[in-house]
Design a protein around this ligand. Structure first.
Ligand code: MN
Length: 423
């Protein structure tokens, strides 16, 4: 394989102007899929306020014919994608005239970012959600089991997770329909049916799998990152009242499976390498197959913004950092496969709600409003929020801050629509 380290040069600049606070400088070059027409998709890479249509650049002879492209690009494998990313870096580099000086080719290959329609970046065979923030798990434990230890006995020994629903993973911008379901108030005798009344978000990140395992063979923790294509933002929408009634003894089911939103652009681990850092100290020591979380996570700043139907601009309601997670992606993948389960290219593994230690760093409304007891106040309109109302728009953003540039993820956004009529 050729040397790809040039793509990490923080001093590199493109002939396309990129603002210093843009999520998409030449050091990022994440991959996504855009819809050009019915059943017509192209592999695309955002740069500044533009998107490079990779399929068009291949047609123009600006990138090799055998490059990953179109729907199914992820099946080409991580090495082919990394190689292509390096070739795109060269094409967009300030000194390269190949596309820079050819107006007709630029017209065909570069589209304004605001005018493209990103779709799910790849086919997603499976979705798994972990529960890997100690602060989040402790807060939830304190709320629901006030008498006991906030963490259950297994929590510091394995990354707790469950198999979720891949078919309802949707891309940013997709409206979210309020879930219908069964709920039962703790003091009520029997359950009732109707729209969810405690609709929540969960601030998470997730990694996409780029190489599957051999059947029956675990992926060792030291090799786990070699199987990851890259990271996206994830909002694991949650119907808290439905969840509270249904979750015992097998865990969440309908309270989670109605929708999960992701940001459209898959950010490569290569782009995040300069921001590698330690996870929190793990005590007690974990079993050897789980390795360690040292230098195994990334310094990624995360924010959540809420705008109600009455507001003219969003308000930031929390800010935290991905490095707070107790369990890291490679520990999660090593644990996922230790029993030999078959994982597939395109599988999405979400981190679990990301909460920091401070009240302003909590990653869901359940925690931010302490189960609805401490409403959030919207400064612009004076409205209060405990859980999400119809018409509310929730937006996650995140980036790693470099010297003069940002490796960003774009937005992961969704607006709540009313439940359907149901007898
Ligand atoms: Mn979750």
């Amino acid at each position: 394989m050729s040397d790809l380290s040039r793509v990490q040069n923080p001093a590199a600049r493109s002939w396309i102007d990129v603002a210093t606070d843009s999520p998409f400088p030449i050091q990022n070059l994440p991959f996504g899929l855009i819809e050009l027409g019915p059943s017509d998709w192209a592999l695309a890479v955002p740069i500044g306020d533009f998107v490079l249509n990779v399929d068009a650049a291949i047609s123009e002879g600006l990138l090799p014919e055998e490059s990953p492209s179109g729907y199914g690009w992820e099946q080409a494998g991580i090495e082919a994608c990394r190689e292509l990313r390096a070739q795109i870096f060269d094409l967009l580099l300030q000194s390269n005239p190949a596309l820079r000086d050819h107006a007709a080719a630029r017209e065909r290959c570069l589209l304004p970012l605001s005018q493209v329609q990103p779709v799910r970046p790849m086919h997603i065979p499976a979705f798994v959600d972990f529960y890997s923030s100690e602060h989040h798990a402790s807060n939830v434990g304190k709320m629901f089991r006030p008498q006991g230890d906030p963490l259950l006995p297994n929590w510091k020994h394995l990354p707790v997770g469950y198999n979720g629903r891949a078919s309802t993973v949707v891309v940013s911008g997709t409206p979210i329909v309020r879930s219908l379901g069964q709920t039962k108030a703790p003091d009520a005798e029997s359950p009732v049916f109707g729209p969810c009344r405690r609709l929540d978000f969960e601030l998470e990140m997730g990694f996409f799998l780029g190489y599957e395992n051999e059947p029956g063979r675990p992926i060792p923790v030291a090799e786990a990152e070699d199987h990851m294509l890259g990271l996206v933002l994830v909002n694991d929408w949650s119907a808290r009242d439905i969840q509270q009634w249904e979750y015992q003894p097998l865990g969440p089911f309908l309270s989670k499976s109605f929708a999960t939103s992701i940001s459209p652009w898959v950010v490569f681990l290569d782009a995040l390498a300069p921001f590698r850092t330690d996870g929190p100290h793990q005590d007690p020591a974990v079993l050897p197959y789980l390795g360690s979380n040292q230098q195994a996570t990334f310094d990624i700043h995360l924010e959540v913004w809420l705008q109600t139907a009455q507001m003219t601009r969003p308000q930031r309601i929390t800010a935290t950092n991905f490095r707070e997670m107790y369990w890291t992606p490679n520990q999660q993948l090593a644990h996922q496969t230790i029993n030999g389960t078959a994982v597939q290219v395109g599988d999405l593994y979400a981190s679990g709600t990301i909460s920091g230690p401070e009240p302003g760093q909590r990653g869901c409304l359940l925690e931010l409003t302490w189960r609805g007891e401490q409403p959030l106040r919207m400064e612009e309109t004076g409205e209060e929020r405990t859980f999400l109302q119809d018409g509310d728009t929730l937006t996650l953003v995140g980036w790693a801050q470099g010297d003069g540039y940002r490796i960003g993820f774009g937005e992961c956004s969704g607006t709540i629509l009313p439940s359907p009529e149901f007898p």
